[in-house]
Write a new protein. Structure first.
Length: 158
């Protein structure tokens, strides 16, 4: 399943790149022909394209401050809220860490809290989030310093 997801994501990026390249080419050709194929027209076309790309990047770009240290996830192992909403939990971390993270998240959705380390000894804590009736409705994944603080808070220091 992971290989299929990777192929789909890569084809999505290829399609986006092709559409972007075609759009830039058409805008450049249209503006250059409207302004005449002079040096000034070429510079004006290039400036318009750069301004449009910058504005699009600012408008549609994701927050650069997205932090995966506290992640609320759904039964589909998808981030439920915040700037990372809609992304697969496994996609937030490096490929070698995805297996243990998915396993810990699945345990949390079954009602079992767990702590585990993976990658460069990064600590994780996965916990179920229950409704007022006691049913598991979400999972919570803590990583890095947040998970370390959670462990320190419940582990006796003696």
């Amino acid at each position: 399943m992971a290989a299929t997801k990777s192929v789909v994501m890569n084809s999505h990026r290829v399609g986006s790149f092709v559409l972007l390249a075609a759009g830039v080419l058409l805008v450049f050709a249209g503006l250059a022909s409207a302004l005449g194929f002079t040096l000034g027209g070429m510079i004006a076309s290039s400036a318009a394209i750069v301004a449009l790309l910058y504005a699009g990047g600012v408008w549609f770009g994701r927050s650069s401050h997205a932090d995966p240290s506290v992640v609320l996830f759904t039964r589909g192992l998808v981030v439920a809220s915040g700037p990372l909403s809609g992304r697969a939990v496994a996609d937030l971390f490096s490929p070698e860490m995805r297996g243990p993270i998915e396993e810990g998240c699945r345990k949390a959705l079954l009602g079992q809290a767990s702590r585990f380390a993976c990658g460069a000894a990064q600590l994780f804590a996965a916990s179920p989030v229950r409704s007022s009736e006691g049913a598991v409705v979400f999972g919570l994944l803590l990583s890095g310093r947040v998970a370390e603080a959670e462990v320190a808070a419940v582990t006796p220091l003696a």
